[in-house]
Design a binder for this molecule. Structure first.
Ligand SMILES: [Fe+2]
Length: 184
């Protein structure tokens, strides 16, 4: 499933088409529209030759940066999310195997326990957020990190970690969470 797909039911019965449609059309699109909106405002402030360096303009430009980061990060995370989802029969729906499967077994005691760890950690986040299974590039070990939605993939441990799997949790309209495996 890609960001442009309209086959929202492709992952049923694991993930309902209704959730995926809401997630894509309402949730993700809000990040995209808001990022575009705030970026345009910043561009207007910066291109105003008469006032772009005034204290008021600088203050407004600074105030826009966290909003751009928040919505841009949400867009990047969701883009990764859509691009790495696949239904059974197209490479998805199977538990991790090979080296990753062994590492999950050694670290968490299996996939079911990994799910519990991710769910528990996500429950501690207010609002919406992400839980990521990551691999330490130096040790090869895996771990779970949780982030607010504004965090983007490039934040991962100063790039010392690689994102393996992501879970997106949303609680503003009732708690639900969906998972996607990311490329290594
Ligand atoms: Fe989301």
């Amino acid at each position: 499933m890609t960001c442009n797909s309209d086959d929202y039911s492709a992952l049923e019965p694991s993930i309902s088409g209704r959730i995926m449609e809401l997630h894509h059309k309402n949730h993700h699109s809000t990040y995209v529209n808001s990022f575009n909106n705030f970026s345009a405002q910043l561009g207007e402030l910066q291109s105003s030759s008469s006032s772009s360096s005034s204290p008021d303009s600088i203050a407004q430009q600074i105030a826009l940066q966290p909003l751009i980061n928040f919505h841009g990060g949400g867009h990047i995370n969701h883009s990764l999310f859509w691009e790495n989802l696949a239904p059974k029969g197209s490479g998805g729906g199977e538990p991790p195997s090979g080296k990753l499967g062994k590492e999950i077994e050694a670290t968490f005691g299996g996939v079911e326990n990994l799910k519990k760890v991710m769910n528990t950690k996500l429950a501690g986040i207010q609002g919406s957020g992400w839980a990521w299974l990551v691999k330490d590039k130096e040790t090869g070990g895996v771990g779970v990190r949780t982030y607010a939605v504004s965090s983007a993939v490039w934040d991962l441990g100063g790039r010392r970690e690689t994102l393996l799997l992501m879970m997106d949790a949303e609680s503003r309209s009732g708690r639900w969470a969906v998972c996607a495996a990311a490329g290594d």
